[in-house]
Design a protein around this ligand. Structure first.
Ligand SMILES: [Zn+2]
Length: 176
């Protein structure tokens, strides 16, 4: 079942309460992510997320997260769609002071909470998830194994999309 990710969450409260959030959202909910995906293919996947807030033995507020999804990217070698499975884990120490940053163990990634903001106890969970997904994408998308032969695929496309200008198809064939 699809759920909504809260945009803002009071992390002080969430950490104190050991709050867990989990659910599934459509990839299309993430507009920044969508810009880098190949969305001509509307078979975009579902993002499953699990977040846990807490306070560790040293009094450090933390946010632990797990994300998984499959996205469609454009392979930069053959310029065809490719599926990429993304599985990401993160563990943030929600830092408010220099002192705290010195107290955290190596397993944490530092995440500075914006103390200047008017709503300084609020964390934009949605943006954090989207940032993590963006960071998990390959720098250059390429099929893991060999790319599909281009000619074969082009034949299929011509059959499937009779309206496509045949000269445009030829032009595509010429691109390396
Ligand atoms: Zn490829």
């Amino acid at each position: 079942m699809l759920t909504q990710i809260p945009i803002q969450i009071n992390y002080i409260y969430a950490c104190n309460e050991n709050t867990s959030l989990s659910g599934e959202v459509n990839v299309t909910a993430f507009t920044r992510l969508q810009e880098v995906l190949d969305i001509t293919n509307d078979e975009q996947g579902i993002v499953a997320y699990q977040l846990t807030f807490g306070i560790d033995n040293n009094g450090i507020f933390f946010l632990q997260g797990m994300l998984s999804t499959t996205v469609t990217l454009l392979c930069q070698r053959c310029l065809q769609d490719m599926q990429k499975v993304i599985a990401s884990r993160f563990l943030f120490a929600l830092l408010r002071s220099e002192k705290e940053s010195l107290a955290i163990s190596d397993e944490y990634e530092a995440f500075w909470v914006d103390e200047e903001s008017e709503q300084k106890e609020m964390l934009n969970v949605f943006a954090i998830i989207e940032d993590e997904l963006l960071l998990s994408l390959p720098f250059i998308a390429k099929h893991d194994k060999a790319c599909q032969p281009l000619l074969e695929k082009m034949d299929m496309e011509v059959k499937e999309q009779p309206k496509e200008n045949p000269f445009a198809v030829l032009a595509k064939l010429k691109t390396p």
